[in-house]
Design a binder for this molecule. Structure first.
Ligand code: HEM
Ligand SMILES: [Cu+2]
Length: 638
């Protein structure tokens, strides 16, 4: 241990008793309108987890409708509905198709924009990035605070639309025109339609993300501590930098598209509305027409695909920190991982139309996107392989964060590999819009990304709170979650290949009527696989129960968790572990300098087997630590 680190081990540093910009703050400044990146990170984290829980609830209702389309919604799921909602959204107590659409659209939207991105980028990015680069805060702390509040308002606007007469948006999380330009058309004041409020919320969320991304990019480029060269950056920080650029470059086209769609709705423009649109309720639509619905899809997916990496990279970032710390080995292929993540960022801008093979783009264009899509799997596979090889020969400590990180690899692996066939436009003919697609991307986002983020919670919780989370409860959380996730998502792949279509509110029940007809191939395929719906729905509800130990653990450990005995409880190498626990305002209580690469584990030349980044290679003169001098003979090899 260095003199600096040893001199402040222990966790008796209260928030305000150090730091060069000490000033007294009242409760509101400190915990609510805080400009401290750590508080903002925690605010993002708590808010995102609440939104995730809500999105999860919507999904449980959907799963009821899929598994039991003829039975009314049970009390334990409908208690959130007031009487007028019950009257409007349920028919004889059963979920209607329209309600399913609303819940489905909002589940997707909430999980992506209000849950995973804020948890990965907003919470972990904010909390950990400045610490890992040795900065006192983000470059623009007030901007940081604003981006949190704009996110919160955007999220509340979107979810608040459940209270409007029209209910919330119903046109899928992709919000395609012309449907999204038209839905809720019967509402006189279009501003009061859920579909319109979805767009208002989206514009706010994008604004928030743009503020955040500028902040991250500036911080990482400009505020690195002395000696923190690019190739000494932890992989986590690289991933955040790339994520920042993805948000910065991909979101503006969608912001423009969102505003244009908003104008289509409230101002009767027709950017995306075609001529001659005929709707069931209104006949020939009264539109100026001439717009291009396909243009909306292009603008959406130009964001949508990079967004997938915005979801993924923070999660991989967490896993890449946790694996070396728990295998006591350097991250294998650090440099190739860095180059891969840069390449991934670049390629993610030229694959978007693989979501649109069925729109008739023509063979040449389809072939281009098919090729880029196959190419982008190369850097992804390099990253995941490097993580896997990092495990090889390590003396693995199966700590709670490590269990989640290890599970991330095969789960993300299944998600990624099942995506490969979808790269080919010919396969799109068969699998487009089936449950195979739902199964594929959920393997990435649910057991993949969520597991990586859970790993992050268990890993940094001791730094954030000064206490460990309970190990028994974390096992109770982990194992059932792992089983349930596979119980839910694997059958989706099977159903999808049998032809089950996504967004069926009754799970395929309507096709059973045809199943008795022996020549009706499709009806028979549905009959053979429809019972899987019940398995998956049971899995989904059990997964909800499996989250209870986590919730208990988070709260219980705050007060009753085992106290950390060192500022660096995992014996890790990166700079966040050099701060007091929890870090106070200003983060570091010594002058930070970085002397080495991020993952110097398994070093035979020192007692502890690892060199943190802040340990100088030269003999330290501070005798007060009583520690033997380390590395005095050691050359700095980086
Ligand atoms: C953890 C358990 C989860 C389960 C059981 C689950 C289940 C479902 C189900 C049943 C659907 C509807 C399929 C359909 O009818 O077409 C769906 C759609 C979707 N889910 Fe999830 N989901 C989960 C987590 C997530 C997460 C973490 C994300 C985040 C990125 C996510 C993003 C989406 C999206 C984008 C859609 C498509 C919505 C649409 O069709 O517009 N889900 N999910
Ligand atoms: Cu894509």
């Amino acid at each position: 241990m260095s003199a600096q680190a040893a001199s402040h081990s222990g966790n008796d540093h209260s928030h305000d008793d150090h730091g060069d910009h000490h000033h007294s703050q009242n409760f509101l400044q400190k915990y609510v309108f805080s400009t401290d990146h750590k508080t903002i990170g925690i605010q993002y984290g708590i808010t995102a987890l609440l939104f995730l829980a809500f999105g999860f609830y919507l999904m449980m209702v959907m799963r009821w409708s899929i598994a039991y389309p003829h039975e009314s919604l049970p009390q334990w799921m409908s208690w959130l509905f007031n009487d007028s909602w019950k009257a409007r959204w349920l028919q004889d107590g059963k979920v209607t198709g329209e309600t399913y659409n609303m819940f489905g659209a909002m589940h997707g939207t909430i999980m992506v924009f209000l849950g995973i991105v804020p948890l990965g980028f907003g919470a972990f990015g904010n909390y950990v990035t400045p610490l890992q680069i040795g900065a006192v805060d983000m470059a623009f702390p007030k901007l940081n605070m604003m981006s949190y509040w704009i996110y919160l308002v955007g999220g509340l606007v979107m979810c608040g639309s459940f209270f409007l007469e029209s209910g919330a948006a119903k046109s899928g999380w992709t919000n395609y025109s012309p449907l999204a330009g038209f839905a809720d058309g019967q509402i006189v004041n279009q501003w009061l339609a859920g579909q319109t409020q979805w767009l208002v919320g989206l514009v706010l969320l994008i604004t928030s993300s743009l503020l955040g991304s500028v902040n991250f990019i500036t911080t990482i480029i400009n505020l690195r501590a002395r000696g923190m060269t690019w190739m000494r950056l932890p992989f986590f920080v690289w991933a955040m930098l790339v994520t920042g650029f993805l948000l910065l470059l991909a979101f503006p086209p969608l912001e423009a598209a969102g505003i244009m769609q908003l104008m289509d709705r409230v101002g009767h423009s027709s950017f995306f509305m075609p001529s001659g649109l005929f709707t069931k309720s209104e006949g020939l639509a009264d539109l100026s027409g001439g717009g291009s619905p396909l243009l909306f899809q292009h603008l959406f997916w130009f964001l949508g695909h990079p967004e997938v990496y915005v979801l993924l990279l923070p999660s991989i970032a967490c896993v890449a920190e946790i694996i070396p710390a728990n295998t006591r080995k350097p991250l294998w292929g650090y440099k190739s991982m860095v180059y891969s993540v840069l390449l991934l960022g670049f390629l993610s801008f030229i694959v978007w139309a693989h979501h649109m093979y069925m729109t008739g783009m023509g063979a040449a264009v389809s072939t281009f996107f098919q090729t880029t899509t196959v190419l982008i799997s190369v850097p992804s596979v390099i990253i995941i392989t490097a993580l896997l090889i990092s495990l090889w020969g390590g003396s693995i400590r199966f700590t709670p964060p490590m269990m989640w990180a290890c599970a991330f690899i095969p789960m993300f692996g299944i998600g990624g590999l099942t995506g490969l066939p979808l790269a080919f436009n010919l396969v799109g003919l068969h699998l487009h819009d089936t449950y195979y697609v739902i199964g594929h991307f959920h393997y990435v986002v649910a057991p993949g990304i969520l597991f990586g983020l859970f790993a992050g919670v268990y890993h940094w919780y001791p730094k954030m709170t000064g206490r460990h989370m309970n190990t028994a409860l974390s096992h109770l959380h982990f194992w059932p979650s792992l089983v349930c996730m596979n119980l839910i998502f694997f059958p989706m792949l099977v159903q999808g290949m049998a032809g089950f279509h996504r967004r069926w509110y009754n799970g395929g029940d309507a096709y059973l009527a045809k199943a008795s007809d022996s020549v009706n191939v499709f009806g028979n395929a549905v009959r053979e696989h429809i019972d899987l719906n019940i398995v998956m729905s049971m899995g989904a509800w059990a997964l909800a129960i499996a989250q209870i130990p986590f919730i208990i653990n988070v709260f219980l450990s705050l007060k009753a968790g085992r106290k950390v005995t060192s500022d660096n409880p995992w014996d890790a190498t990166t700079l966040e572990w050099a701060t007091p626990t929890p870090p106070g305002h200003g983060n570091f209580i010594f002058d930070v300098a970085v002397y080495r690469g991020p993952y110097e584990y398994s070093r035979p030349d020192c007692k502890e087997d690892y060199y943190p980044q802040w340990i100088a290679p030269k003999k330290t003169t501070d005798e007060a630590s009583g520690e033997p001098s380390i590395a005095s003979t050691k050359e700095n090899t980086h």
